[in-house]
Design a protein around this ligand. Structure first.
Ligand code: HEC
Length: 338
């Protein structure tokens, strides 16, 4: 059990990136400490889940002509009442409604099966007290480089990203864990970049490599490995709903692997993103397309296919088009579209 002794299973399942931890823990930060409320991070998820069904984008489902997903809607006066008065939670109808004990008035309505926790009510109250800042949905805001957070232990960060991790740890009264051993490092980075564990020979060579940039060299080697293309393609193929069978009743085999291999090769040869998009959506429609470009357009045919005798062609054509639209929206636009 050499391998077992060297690589305790815990390292396999531990969160691989402190960044994931950072993101996952953020809402708790706003609730537990006095970090200022951030609308998109702390407030929008609560309103979206508990209020937008009746006070959101969908005009047909909207109740009381109230929109809470827009700044105008939040601030619009109605017969003396204003849903959100910045800096004045007690003068805000939203707070009166969520804190009400009257089942006729309390929001969300009891029969909606939606409830707010005390912590969520506190976030909404504090958001309004702090000025009720509003922001468009984060997905539509241009990325902005944030200020580097101040940290107490200035010696620990090696690069800017580390400061964000450390600031969050310090805010929770935690200290960074000691640096992982070289055995752990090679295992993690090899799994990350190739999806495979390192071979015993490669581990021994890494442990015996005295050069100060041995780790950077290992990363370069893994990025150049053919397995890196396979690893990257996995995620895309999931999103593109790649399958070797047709789905539905018989789930018969179809020959789709040339499309799979096209995706792997696209990552291996660093195909520019615009080509990656064009060839999958319409490789077959390019002027004089080559075989590889035709194969790329297999992306459009990864939907389920029903070959049952009684299947109605017109019905399944619509199913396939709907599936394609949904997939294009999620893969290329990062939006659900149903
Ligand atoms: C299932 C539908 C539903 C959900 C979910 C819902 N509401 Fe309402 N809301 C209503 C209805 C219906 C009314 C109008 C009747 C009333 O005034 O009680 C209303 C009225 C209101 C009003 C008063 C508007 C005015 O005229 O002053 C506010 C404020 C409000 N809701 C806030 C919220 C908030 C905040 C949430 C989420 C925490 C929420 N609602 C969730 C259905 C809903």
């Amino acid at each position: 059990m050499l391998a077992g002794a060297r690589y305790p299973p815990a390292t396999v399942f531990a969160p691989r990136s402190a960044f994931v931890l950072l993101l996952a823990a953020s809402p708790a930060l706003a609730q537990s400490s006095q970090a200022p409320i951030d609308f998109n991070r702390d407030v929008r998820p609560i309103l979206a889940d508990r209020c937008f069904a009746c006070h959101g984008f969908d005009a047909k489902a909207r109740k009381a002509e109230l929109r809470l997903d827009t700044l105008d809607g939040q601030r619009a006066e109605r017969e003396g009442r204003v849903p959100v008065r910045p800096g004045d939670p007690d003068g805000s109808e939203l707070i009166a409604r969520i804190e009400s004990h009257d089942p006729e008035r309390v929001m969300p309505p009891p029969d909606s099966q939606r409830v707010l926790s005390d912590a969520e009510r506190a976030v909404l109250r504090r958001w309004i007290a702090e000025g009720a800042a509003f922001a468009e949905h984060w997905a539509f805001l241009p990325p902005r480089r944030p200020e580097l957070p101040a940290v107490a232990d200035a010696a620990w960060p090696r690069q800017d990203l580390d400061r964000f991790v450390l600031a969050r740890l310090e805010a929770s009264g935690l200290a960074p864990a000691p640096e992982a051993t070289r055995e752990t490092l090679i295992r993690r980075v090899t799994l990350d970049l190739t999806g495979l564990p390192p071979t015993p020979e490669r581990i021994d060579a890494f442990l015996a490599d005295p050069r100060p940039d041995a780790y950077e060299r290992l990363v370069d080697e893994l990025l150049a490995s053919p397995h890196h293309g396979e690893r990257m393609a996995q995620m895309w193929l999931d999103a593109a709903r790649y399958a070797d069978t047709n789905g539905y009743h018989h789930d018969n085999i179809r020959t789709a692997w040339p499309y799979r291999d096209w995706v792997i090769e696209a990552f291996r040869r660093d195909l520019p993103f615009d080509r990656f998009v064009i060839e999958q959506l319409a490789g077959d429609l390019l002027a004089e397309p080559d075989e590889s470009q035709r194969i790329a357009s297999g992306f459009c045919r990864m939907h389920n296919i029903n070959d049952e005798g009684g299947a109605i062609d017109a019905e399944y054509r619509v199913e396939a088009v709907a599936d394609r639209i949904e997939t294009i929206a999620t893969t290329f636009m990062g939006l659900t579209f149903t």
